[in-house]
Design a protein around this ligand. Structure first.
Ligand code: ATP
Length: 236
């Protein structure tokens, strides 16, 4: 029974029209409380998997279940899944708070000051939220964009390369934000092509290489121990 599991991926395959199997039989799970890194070099199939997960692409085989519900293209977007797949699309001359308010209104949901405050706290935006976006660091912009994805408080939050281009202090902040978000029984799945970023931000990791999963587990067991899975990644 997968009704209470944020994400179950089973036997997932995606063969593109040219016959290339970008995802070639992938299985993994994301449990509540976990921050899972989907790690692999460029071309490993991470973006293809995330697009199938979001219902943007029809899988060739296998299935994806979010809290037991099968994800299929054309089906209504699951309200328990929230995602950020593109970089920040923010209005630079407005404050971070105004950007969040506009985004929230665009979803058609009733405005909630309590929810805005909660997200500002979790995303660690502080007083800077009232300054104009054009004055923000890249890390702050990333966290505002992630705050947008958090506004609906999805139980499964999916982020594509959220640590891309961040410096070490910003990555440490991102770790706190993601773990804080997941600590309440929610779950986070992030993609990355950098071993160090996943090591620094995630509790668990799914290592992909050439369309397959070559290792899964707790970050401390998979990465940095000099073990077999790290070798598998480094050999690519
Ligand atoms: P990146 O970090 O560069 O996005 P990735 O791990 O996300 O890498 P994918 O974007 O999923 O990898 O791509 C996996 C493979 O599938 C790549 O070799 C890519 O060239 C190929 N691919 C992606 N889209 C298509 C398409 N529409 N048709 C054919 N091949 C594709």
């Amino acid at each position: 029974d997968t009704a209470d599991v944020p994400l179950v991926v089973r036997g997932l395959r995606k063969v593109y029209a040219d016959g290339f199997a970008a995802v070639n039989g992938v299985d993994y799970r994301v449990e509540r409380g976990q921050v899972v890194g989907l790690l692999g070099p460029n071309g490993a199939g991470k973006t293809t998997s995330l697009r199938v997960l979001m219902g943007l692409l029809q899988p060739s085989d296998g299935e994806i279940r979010v809290f037991g519900h099968r994800v299929t293209p054309g089906a209504p977007v699951l309200s328990r899944l929230g995602a950020l797949v593109e970089g920040p699309g923010l209005l630079p001359h407005l404050s971070g708070m105004d950007n969040l308010r506009l985004f929230w209104r665009a979803t058609g949901r009733p405005e909630s000051e309590a929810r805005l405050d909660e997200v500002v706290r979790i995303a660690d935006l502080g007083e800077r939220i009232h300054r104009k976006v054009r004055t923000y660091s890249h890390g702050m912009k990333q966290r505002i964009a992630i705050a947008q994805a958090m506004l609906g408080m999805p139980e499964l939050l999916v982020l594509d390369e959220p640590t891309d281009g961040l410096d070490p202090p910003q990555i440490a902040e991102m770790r706190r934000v993601l773990h804080d978000y997941a600590s309440d029984g929610r779950a986070v799945l992030v993609s990355s092509h950098l071993l160090a970023e996943v090591e620094q931000t995630c509790s668990h990791v799914v290592v992909m290489s050439r369309g397959r999963v070559v290792g899964t587990g707790e970050v401390k067991d998979v990465i940095g121990s000099g073990g077999r899975l790290e070798d598998a990644f480094l050999e690519l």
